[in-house]
Design a protein around this ligand. Sequence first.
Ligand code: SF4
Length: 66
Amino acid sequence: MRVTIDEDKCCGYAACLSVAEKVFDLAADNIAAVLVEHPQGELADQAREAAAACPTSAIILLDDTE
Ligand code: SF4
């Protein structure tokens, strides 16, 4: 899995941090930053939870082949 952020959609609500604080951080411009681009195991589960929790669907999860 590869995690990316659509910076045009991210509104800095930080819901992603509350469920996956090891995968995401908020940059100074209040846009989410990806700390672990290729999460495995528990962190991959947290990244999926964060994508589901993001109110603007700004978190994009890709197959590693994409
Ligand atoms: S939950 Fe979505 S909108 Fe909020 S900071 Fe994370 S990526 Fe951005």
